[in-house]
Design a protein around this ligand. Structure first.
Ligand code: UD1
Ligand code: CA
Length: 461
């Protein structure tokens, strides 16, 4: 096998009419990534080189979405059928000779082991083509496999099948391995004399056999893997299946999911052992959660690194942030992109942070906004503190050094720096830098008029 090359073609030119969407079908998201990413990744994991994506409808959008991937593109201007689609990839594979794995952009659930089995079987049989098949309770709509023992005679489409052929329950998943350039030679000779007037890729198998070549079929264990997505109902079904797989992987890896059916974890997310995840939690994107954490209900974490023994309390939202070990966040806290909690921090209810470095052991327990700020270690931010970072045109920075104590209801009008070990009195509006070890206070003096209310009340009578 190693001596011969392995390439992949992913068919993704179809319109996806049943999605009823302006977005090309293969760009609809499935657990955090467009569905076309799945076959592209499967091909990469199997070492396919190159991978050619056949695009048509919404081709430009698909290209843009995969711009940073190792994928070549081929354009099928008109959707004349699956055979025509593969033939469109011929120029991109002009120099390629070897085995060709054919995948579909809308079949995301295939496991790598299944594809590896297909490849192994194809090679050990020395076949010219091997098709991946499944046994379906209800085979309606699929191409049926015509066999004579292990010999595959051909595939007949539902619309072209006889009543007797329609009773066959072994179906074509649409996944194959061919040999190139042989398959292209055969494809270029295909006609479209069938019920749909299309160039059928499936016709290649009967042709190969007629030429005296070996054609094989491998029946897969779990037909659900071959599920194709044509509608949003199937998109949701596939997402559920994929989530189940992801959640099982985490549970078997030592993570407690209190209610797996209500836990939403994207494919790439990593979670450490003995972490407990409550219902309604969404872990999205490139997120990594440490060990021994507790994630309470309805927490959303997107593209964050969370250290060990962190507690994320109910209703918190974390985006693009780092949370150091032994920190407590929430309930209802909002860490926006660029937040870094160094460790042993407390960020309490209704606290919002953005582009903020918060040093080791520092706390903001209630009702606070910290944006464009740098806090040292052991800083205590009182309730209702606000960094006034925006003057309507530019953003400015607030720097608060180690061991500063900030009284409640303080505003820092940035740019401003508070020196270490200082104390800011409650209710202050700080507009000027404060040197270390100082008390800063800015309040209008209090006026108290004794008996004022009584006199007012008497007047009213
Ligand atoms: C095809 C197979 C059928 C199989 C089924 C499995 C043929 C003739 N039939 O039928 O045996 O059971 O898949 O799902 O191959 N595509 C293009 N360009 C085209 C036509 C299709 O890129 O001109 C792409 C589609 O985007 C899709 C894939 O090819 O990713 C399959 O096309 P689809 O129309 O869904 O094939 P079926 O009619 O379902
Ligand atoms: Ca079709």
């Amino acid at each position: 096998m190693d001596a011969k090359g392995l390439a992949a073609v992913v068919l993704a030119a179809g319109k996806g009419t049943r999605m009823k969407s302006a977005l090309p079908k293969v760009l609809h998201e499935l657990n955090g990534q467009p569905m076309v990413q799945y076959p592209v990744q499967q091909a990469a994991r199997l070492g396919c080189q190159p991978t050619v994506l056949v695009v048509g409808h919404g081709g430009e959008e698909v290209r843009k979405c995969l711009a940073d991937q190792k994928v070549d593109f081929a354009v099928q201007e008109q959707q004349l059928g699956t055979g025509h689609a593969l033939l469109s990839a011929r120029p991109a594979l002009a120099d390629f000779s070897g085995s060709l794995l054919l995948l579909c952009g809308d079949v995301p659930l295939l496991r790598q082991e299944t594809l590896q089995q297909l490849l192994d079987y194809h090679c050990s049989e020395g076949a010219a083509a091997t098709v991946l098949t499944a046994t379906m309770g209800d085979p309606f709509g699929y191409g049926r496999i015509l066999r004579d023992g292990s010999e595959v005679l051909g595939i007949v489409e539902e619309k072209d099948a006889t009543d007797e052929q329609r009773t066959i329950r072994e179906i074509n998943t649409g996944i194959y391995i061919f040999e190139a350039p042989l398959v292209f030679e055969i494809l270029s000779g295909l006609g479209c004399n069938n019920a749909q007037g299309e160039y059928y890729l499936t016709d290649v198998l009967a042709r190969l056999r007629a030429d005296g070549r070996k054609v094989r079929a491998l029946v897969m264990d779990d037909p659900a893997e071959a599920m194709g997505i044509n509608s949003r109902v199937q998109l949701a079904e596939a997402a559920t299946l994929m989530r189940q797989r992801i959640n099982e992987r985490h549970m078997l890896g030592g993570v407690t999911l209190v209610d797996p059916a209500a836990t939403y974890i994207d494919e790439q997310v990593e979670v450490g052992t003995d972490t407990i995840i409550h219902p309604g939690v969404c872990l999205w994107g490139a997120t990594r959660i440490g060990q021994d954490c507790v994630i309470e209900p309805q927490v959303t974490v997107e593209n964050c690194q969370v250290g060990d023994q962190v507690r994320l309390k109910t209703g918190s939202v974390l985006e693009g942030s780092q949370v150091g070990a032994h920190s407590d966040v929430g309930p209802m806290a909002h860490l926006r992109p660029g937040t870094v909690l160094a460790g042993h921090n407390k960020v309490g209810n209704f606290v919002e942070t953005k582009k903020a470095y918060i040093g080791e052991g520092s706390k903001a327990s209630h009702l606070t906004y910290i944006g464009d700020a740098e806090l040292g270690a052991r800083v205590n931010i009182g309730c209702g503190t606000i960094t006034c970072n925006y003057d309507g045109i530019n953003k400015h920075k607030t720097i608060i050094e180690d061991d500063v104590f900030v009284g409640s209801d303080t505003q820092f009008v940035a740019p401003v720096r508070i020196g270490r070990n200082s104390l800011v009195g409650a209710g202050s509006t700080i507009t000027k830098d404060v040197p270390a070890d100082s008390l800063a206070l800015s309040r209008s003096p209090q006026k108290t008029i004794e008996g004022w209310v009584l006199r007012k009340q008497k007047k009213k009578k």
